[in-house]
Design a protein around this ligand. Structure first.
Ligand SMILES: [Mg+2]
Length: 191
């Protein structure tokens, strides 16, 4: 089987990590429950930043957000390693800007994710992911953004939304814990 994964906020807790960086940089103490209730993908509102300031904050912090110690979600690495060892193909499809592609791939390898260079795709816009996902003929695809998942309709592709506070309205198969995937797949295959 071919499994495709978005990276940020699907496999790794990027926004949560950025939230802690903003607290530190802006000398604020916004609590985790504030983060967990955010209804937007953007995280700057609790810090009192305008959209423009938020954008600037994100861009000026990008190096630290992307390439230091953002934690993968629990069991994400182990689950993907297990799929890989079972002979499944693991694809990554990220909308991170193309210039960060190479380093992002290296960073993912350092975190322990199973990465093959020809199965790593970077730099497309969210709405362009559909093209590569179709071309690859994936069986499964996981993403946190409804705007991406909405573009994917196919009889053969099964999509999952990685649960986040800003996507709870979206109706799709929902994954809240990577440790649950194995059981879900076993159940699907036994039907
Ligand atoms: Mg994402």
């Amino acid at each position: 089987m071919k499994f495709g994964f978005d990276i940020d906020d699907t496999l790794i807790n990027l926004r949560g990590y950025a939230f802690s960086i903003y607290n530190k940089k802006l000398n604020q103490k916004n609590a985790l429950d504030v983060f967990e209730e955010l209804k937007t993908v953007e995280i700057h509102h609790p810090f009192g930043l305008s959209d423009q300031e938020g954008k600037e904050m994100w861009n000026s912090s990008l190096e630290e957000i992307y390439f230091t110690s953002c934690p993968p979600y629990p069991k994400a690495v182990e689950t993907l390693q297990e799929l890989h060892q079972q002979g499944h193909e693991i694809y990554y499809i990220t909308a991170r800007p193309g210039e960060h592609g190479e380093r992002t791939m290296e960073w993912m390898i350092q975190q322990g994710f199973p990465v093959e260079e020809d199965k790593f795709f970077c730099g497309m816009k969210d709405h362009e992911k559909v093209k590569i996902i179709e071309e690859l003929g994936l069986d499964y695809y996981f993403d946190d953004k409804p705007s991406v998942l909405e573009t994917l309709s196919s009889d053969t592709l099964k999509v999952f939304v990685r649960d986040q506070s800003y996507n709870r309205h979206y109706k799709a198969e929902r994954l809240t814990d990577w440790g649950e995937l194995k059981g879900i797949l076993m159940e699907k295959n036994s039907r």
